[in-house]
Design a protein around this ligand. Structure first.
Ligand code: GLY
Length: 438
């Protein structure tokens, strides 16, 4: 069995590490991710470096190597139609087509889907594409209350700005919305009421018809401890034994699963192919849930939680997904806690021309009970690395019977195995205050 992963982030490293357990791994990456490159080498596969938004190049690589099964689970390749191209070339592929992934790359389409299947689960929102309409829209949406500004297209988690943590007030929010609209003739923004409730995500895994719901995940999008600083792609994430959180009841979880299934049913009814994972984000509120967004792929880093807890064979599950025969028994999870912490260069998420040198002793991390998964980093020499670009550099993942034990493993692994001044949030695993159950 020859499998192919498209992408080069920590999420792809986690997915690839499970694919490499029972297949020969091939990879198409934008840069040489050290974790993925090692898995490729160990299993006797091959990798190519190129643009992960180039469907023709990826398809040519897959055809050249007679790939049996491909997995695409990152936003830009999906929006670029990589799954469409692989499928057209006869490659069995897990992942939504461009039409299926519109639920992520077009926030207005996502809100329309939710309006049809669960109108009460949408926050109040307005879509604006003219600067002159912004101030009135801010007032109309929130009646003076705080708002959230979301650029309609893909922003790698960094375009969303919230009054409070990111923007001083609604006037600053209006200025930001205008700035986004000015940035391109096609640009538009969602102006949404700000909801002050804890968030959770579910990495729903689907063959398009049947969906399996793993433990809920919790992401830490803010750069600094106590949820301060700019938004990031996610500084860490966790899952708990039992699959819920102190602020997520079984009723919240069940409602979130129902809404996610209904969204997938609607996509299918519209002829939009969707297989793989929906990273479905929700607010847990006293009266139920509200949809934050649907991502058309695994969350990064939440994929690492799910892959660390998965006890069954991932390649077999991917084959079932591709065949449209997925069942609950194909995805079995350990009833444990899983914690991921991302380490980043100090300026992150601000762009910096500097590269930061760091060292990683993967055996020391393993001895502490943790796994190291590289993301935007390159290997200079064995154990010596450099940060790359403006994304997250390296993740440390651990599971254990309790949250505290998993946190302790991650902290011990970082302490003993990684040096060089990268930064991470020590409060991964600290949760917001519970809300009253619905
Ligand atoms: N962790 C958030 C995301 O993957 O979009």
């Amino acid at each position: 069995m020859k499998s192919l992963i498209v992408g080069h982030g920590g999420r792809e490293a986690a997915l690839a590490s499970r694919m490499a357990e029972s297949s020969t791994l091939f990879a198409f990456m934008g840069h040489e991710n050290p974790s993925i490159a090692r898995l490729v080498e160990r299993t006797g596969g091959a990798f190519a470096l190129g643009k992960v938004v180039d469907p023709a190049a990826i398809t040519a690589f897959a055809v050249e190597h007679a790939i049996d099964l491909a997995l695409v689970s990152s936003d830009e390749p999906l929006a670029a139609g990589v799954v469409d191209a692989l499928q057209a070339a006869g490659i069995r592929t897990v992942g939504p087509t461009r039409a299926g992934s519109e639920i992520e790359w077009n926030k207005s389409f996502c809100r329309q889907v939710v309006s049809e299947i669960a109108p009460d689960a949408n926050p109040r929102y307005v879509v604006v594409d003219a600067e002159d309409d912004v101030v009135a829209a801010v007032e109309r949406v929130a009646g003076g209350g705080p708002v959230v500004i979301k650029p309609v297209g893909l922003t790698a988690g960094k375009g969303v700005r919230v009054v409070g943590p990111h923007l001083a007030d609604n006037a600053a929010a209006a200025e930001y919305a205008k700035e986004v609209i000015r940035s391109s003739p096609e640009a538009s923004v969602h102006i949404e009421e700000k909801i002050d409730s804890p968030e959770f995500t579910i990495q729903a895994i689907t063959d398009g018809t049947h969906t399996v719901f793993p433990p809920a995940t919790y992401d830490y999008p803010y750069r600094f401890e106590h949820d301060t600083g700019p938004g990031t792609g996610g500084m860490g994430s966790c899952a708990l034994p039992g699959g819920l959180f102190p602020f997520v009841t079984q009723a919240h979880y069940d409602e979130a699963c129902r809404i996610t299934s209904a969204a997938l049913d609607l996509l299918r009814a519209q002829g939009r192919h969707f297989s793989g994972c929906v990273n479905a984000g929700f607010f847990a509120m006293p009266d139920g849930v509200r949809v934050i967004e649907f991502n058309a792929r695994f969350g990064d880093p939440e994929a690492m939680n799910i892959m660390s807890l998965l006890e069954s064979d991932w390649i077999s599950a991917l084959e079932k997904i591709a065949a449209g025969t997925l069942s609950d028994g194909d995805l079995v999870y350990a009833d444990e806690a899983s914690v991921v912490a991302y380490l980043v260069a100090p300026p992150y998420p601000v762009a910096s021309p500097d590269r930061f040198h760091f060292t990683v002793d993967e055996q020391a991390a393993e001895a502490a009970g943790a796994q190291v998964l590289f993301s935007s980093a390159i290997e200079l020499a064995p154990g010596e690395y450099e940060t790359l670009g403006t994304s997250r550099s390296v993740a440390v993942v651990a599971k254990a019977g309790s949250l505290d034990a998993a946190r302790a493993k991650v902290a011990a692994a970082i302490d003993s195995a990684i040096s060089g001044g990268l930064e991470w949030r020590g409060d991964i695993g600290v949760f917001p205050t519970p809300v009253t159950a619905p």
